[in-house]
Design a protein around this ligand. Sequence first.
Ligand code: LLP
Length: 419
Amino acid sequence: MMREFETKDSNMMIGGVSAPEIAREFGTPVYVVDEARIRENYRKVYEAYSRYMDTRIHYACKANTSLAVLRILEQEGSGIDAVSIGEVRTCLKAGFTPDRIMYTGVNVSNRELREVAETGVMINLDSVSEMERLAEISPGHKVSFRITPNVGSGHSAKVITGSKGAKFGIPLDQVISTYARAKDLGFDIKGIHAHIGSGGQSVEPFMDMVEVLINLTNEIAELGIDLEFIDIGGGIGVPYKPQEEEMDVGEMAMNLTDMILEETDVRTIVLEPGRYIVCDAVVLLATVNDIKDTGVKTYIGTDAGFNTLIRPAMYDSYHHVAIANRMGKACTRKYDVVGPICESGDYIAHDRVLPDPQEGDILAVYNAGAYGFSMSSNYNSRPLCAEVLVNDGQAELIREAESIEEMWRHQIVPKRLQR
Ligand code: LLP
């Protein structure tokens, strides 16, 4: 089931702090991060798997790369799945040692490959081209390979990555020859990796993918390459709707580890959950600026639009919303929640039954932790918003809202155009 929040005098509480209070103190829009929930989610997935196998959780930090969030996960003992030199360096800055970070790029430049190799992190190669280039740049590097499992799953076609013909990974019929070539090139080959996609809610595609990885692992063993780990990627879905079922992580762990232990000599499993760890640990708070009854629809106009949270506009994603200062109040009609961006595709929620709002109310958007802040933008020249960490009744700023001046910082006006 979707996460519910405590309420106190009709106010939503998060981490022991009143959400409307946070909005007043720090301004809106603001992402509010619940530290205890991140720790809990991390432990849930780690414990589910580590009962059966040596387990390494590589948090997919693309979901949220805020330094405070990374610090929490570093303390928990997590590793990192990084997709860019920017993510690698951000995680190093947050205190992760290189041996805890794995880099999985796609369509990587030589420059980035060189910079990543210099940090010493393991590189999960996505193509034969990347392998040949890395052999020149960093001979003998610690590597694994992302393969295309021909199994895909996800909440939207835009986030399914494992299907046949996808741009990601080594095509299935080239995997064995690629490992053989990697051995000839003298790479330090550690594992095999696949990622089916993001936010799917069923276990079957994971089992199908693991079957593919197992068969390949055994064929690779025949080349005299004994892999240390099988990396099953990320993609564990979470419930976004109130009555939606949760994926049974315990059962998933039991089934997948059982397959690997029975059918291979590999004793370490790697997972790369992003969404599962941070999604329900964060709510986005926005202020209701405007209410408009068009006779067709009634709009709640907030200060958060697709510049702040792009998932509804981009993927048609459902995010549950509530009025954080009217929790538990009677609902009388349906509203559309929309933002300040000058496009009709700018929305947060469609046709939601909510208590009648007033200007100045605080709207809470649930499940905003994964790909919320990290996909936000400056569109319409709106500065990126603040992030606040809550824990044990305390609220602390972990990211200042950007200023308008900062949005100009990197721009250069040629002399002849200056005034
Ligand atoms: N590993 C790899 C190689 C990935 O490409 C991804 C996500 C993950 C792990 C983490 O997947 P997760 O556990 O978070 O599902 N922006 C989209 C999601 C894009 C996911 C991209 N890759 C969204 O907002 O739904």
